[in-house]
Design a protein around this ligand. Structure first.
Ligand SMILES: [Zn+2]
Ligand SMILES: [Zn+2]
Length: 715
């Protein structure tokens, strides 16, 4: 290649061509295990020979014979007709031995150091640094890296901010960062060394954005840095910040000492003054009298005196609302009162929802027989303790998470609505019992969790593969799950509206038509997913298994509200009508029906109600009666057991404690933008709009009788 670069052009292309052909032929003859050859499509219908270096097949070896150039002193592993391909190598190369090379004045020291220094004996030792590992584990790896005990750190964007690891020799970026600021943050990790010996390599992936930056990298670096922007003209943003301020005032005298940011407003159990029943350990059910208070009334009581026009908190609100649509509350006493009444209303709606979940669980616990006969006791006790666990989990939800989700508090900036993949490992002291493994923090937004954590899916973390085996337990038993409201139906009317319903025959909320088919039975995993203790994380194989496909639809009903804004000729496109619904009126419904990720057909999951173990279902032969469960399911070991040969269901069990054909689902509140395209929309504009939408990755709902959208890329 070097030689070719110094040749006249006609000669260099002939040389390169000849080199390529030789490589291609030898690869085709399977003589080079590190090279793959195939015909590759270069244009539509036109293909050409292509070769690919299989990097994981490349090996290093010591040269059999060494040569030294008498004029430049360079060493070579081979001689071509006695010459070396380097300008300035004027004489015939001399054959030398390795001992000669060690004595060489120029190379001897480098050779000895490479052989003897421990740092080189280590070779490349990489570690992973990601938000999926616990903060302690990340800190440990950072320390090893800083200390030189590791010399490669593979990192997600976690390293972008706030972590000091000093200057690096090199940074390789796995893709083009979204903006110039990110690029500077990441690339800037290298280049702090005084000797200037650092390098930054950016890998441009085969995506439109990366290609564009690759072609015009100068433009990318010259872009003005994006300024952070706050939309002060949106009433709901201002309102949520006022709510946050009021809640902070409310909690200030209650909350003593330091807490983490997420618990700054404590948790829902504390706010609603609810309790959790004692654990049932003996033979009789413990006594428990739950508080009968109305949901979260303390805050409402707190708001009452603030209605006074001269309350000091009004002054503080004045400072927040300046130059915003809510600045009227500073001037008008009626506006101030109105604002507080609306705050009260929104707060009540959000806390009532939590209270209902709590009440359902509370009555489920109370309904467990007090004095069961000894034969059923273990089951009843386990059930009561399981409900107790859920009551605890529900109470532990932070006030910030619950009220952000309800649109009462600012949402962004808090890690809310995350779903966990809990990794279980055998306990050190009792190998038959299991515990949640430390060192991992596998958390994803509900959307990504539905794609990456569903049962059967594999996750690469900390250099190991963890396989999801089930749903983190949060329900009681099969005949209770409806009552708990954790299951829903996803239906579609003949107008093509998707909607969520509590029963299978509920009418469409938008147009009142009945559902057009049986719909799908949904389950919303509240806490996330789990691995099984009998299948601890193991070294990775070739590919990671994915399960099913995430389908996005709206959860329906948003058009019942008044549109926030309607604009004709949107984006300068004649007769394109854009209708916008804000304030979280829209809801996205995300579903994964399981099955093979490639076939895109799933039949839901079978879920064990005892331990949470779950598996994709096979196609039902008769829609009325579900197919028999595979042995792999009926004989499964509990996800909490480290013994794969144990059985979750004893043979004596009179019924199969299983939920069938459950489509796993998650909801996300969102704004909605509806684009009504004119009939004679020109193709070029349509294409541009389509590309923009794909890049923006919204959910797209087409009118009835058009093909359903498929959005595949969740990366
Ligand atoms: Zn409808
Ligand atoms: Zn089970």
């Amino acid at each position: 290649m070097l030689a070719a670069a110094q040749c006249p052009e006609y000669l260099s292309s002939a040389l390169l061509e000849s080199a390529f052909n030789q490589l291609y032929e030898r690869a085709a003859a399977k003589q080079l295990p590190w090279l793959r050859c195939e015909l590759h499509e270069v244009a539509r219908g036109d293909s050409d020979q292509a070769i690919q270096i299989l990097l994981d097949q490349l090996r290093l070896r010591t040269p059999v014979q060494l040569y030294r150039c008498p004029s430049t002193g360079t060493l070579w592993p081979r001689a071509i007709l006695g010459w070396a391909p380097l300008r300035g190598c004027l004489g015939q190369l001399h054959e030398i031995t390795h001992a000669d090379a060690d004595e060489d004045r120029r190379w001897g020291r480098a050779r000895r150091e490479l052989r003897e220094f421990p740092i080189f004996a280590m070779g490349l030792w990489g570690e992973e640094h990601s938000a999926q590992l616990s903060p302690q584990e990340n800190k440990r790896r950072q320390f090893l890296f800083k200390d030189g005990a590791r010399n490669l750190l593979s990192s997600t964007t976690t390293m972008e901010l706030g972590i000091d690891i000093g200057g690096l020799n090199g940074v390789v970026l796995g893709n083009v960062p979204p903006g110039r600021a990110n690029h500077m943050q990441r690339a800037g990790r290298a280049g702090r060394r005084a000797d200037g010996s650092s390098v930054v390599v950016t890998f441009a992936r085969n995506r439109a954005f990366d290609r564009e930056v690759f072609v015009r990298f100068q433009d990318f670096l010259r872009r003005p840095l994006r300024r952070p922007l706050v939309f002060l003209d949106r009433p709901r943003f201002v309102r949520r910040h006022l709510h946050a301020m009021l809640l902070a005032e409310f909690f200030a005298p209650i909350q003593g000492g330091r807490t983490g940011a997420m618990l700054a407003y404590s948790n829902m159990g504390t706010l609603c003054r609810t309790g959790v029943p004692p654990k049932w350990t003996g033979s009789t059910k413990p006594e428990w009298t739950p508080s009968r208070q109305q949901p979260a009334s303390d805050f409402i009581v707190f708001l009452e005196p603030i209605r006074s026009a001269v309350h000091p908190l009004r002054q503080r609100c004045r400072n927040i609302v300046r130059d915003t649509p809510l600045d009227l509350i500073a001037e008008s006493d009626e506006a101030w009162l109105e604002f507080l009444l609306e705050t009260e209303r929104q707060f009540s709606v959000a806390s009532k929802e939590w209270w209902e979940d709590y009440e359902a669980l509370r009555s489920a616990w109370t309904d467990v027989p007090k004095d069961p006969s000894s034969a059923v006791l273990p089951g009843e006790r386990a059930k009561a303790n399981s409900i107790r666990y859920q009551l605890g989990a529900l109470s532990d939800i932070s006030v910030i998470e619950w009220f952000s989700d309800a649109g009462f508090l600012p949402r962004y900036g808090f890690p809310i609505h995350l779903q966990r993949l809990s990794v279980r490992t055998p306990r050190v002291d009792r190998a038959d019992k299991s515990t949640t493994a430390e060192g991992y923090r596998l958390e994803r937004t509900s959307l990504l969790a539905l794609s990456e954590y569903v049962p059967g899916a594999q996750v690469l973390v900390g250099g190991k593969v963890a396989e999801s085996k089930g749903i983190l337990k949060h329900w009681t038993e099969a005949n209770r799950d409806e009552a708990l409201g954790l299951n829903n139906w996803a239906l579609r009317c003949s107008n093509g509206h998707d909607y969520l319903a509590t029963s299978q025959d509920e009418q469409c909320k938008e147009c009142g038509l009945p559902p057009q088919d049986a719909g799908q039975a949904l389950m919303f995993p509240r806490f996330g997913y789990t691995t099984a203790a009998w299948d601890p994380p193991k070294p990775p194989g070739r590919n990671l298994d994915r399960v099913g496909e995430v389908v996005l639809t709206t959860a329906g009903g948003f058009t019942l509200n008044a549109a926030t804004k309607t604009e004709l000729n949107f984006g300068g496109i004649t007769s394109l009508i854009a209708t916008y619904y804000e304030a979280g009126q829209g809801q996205l419904l995300l579903r994964n029906a399981g099955g093979d990720a490639w076939s895109k057909v799933g039949y839901g999951f079978a879920v064990c109600t005892r331990c949470g173990f779950a598996m994709s279902e096979e196609k039902p032969s008769n829609p009325k009666s579900p197919p028999a469960l595979p042995r792999k399911f009926t004989d499964h070991a509990s996800v909490f057991s480290s013994n794969p040969m144990s059985r979750c269901w004893p043979n004596t069990l009179a019924y199969e404690p299983v939920l069938r054909h459950k489509v796993l689902a998650a909801k996300e509140t969102t704004d909605v933008l509806i684009l009504d395209l004119p009939v004679n929309f020109d193709e070029a504009t349509l294409f541009s709009l389509g590309r923009a939408l794909v890049l923006g990755r919204p959910y797209i709902r087409y009118p009835a009788n058009t093909r359903r959208p498929v959005i595949r890329d969740f990366s």
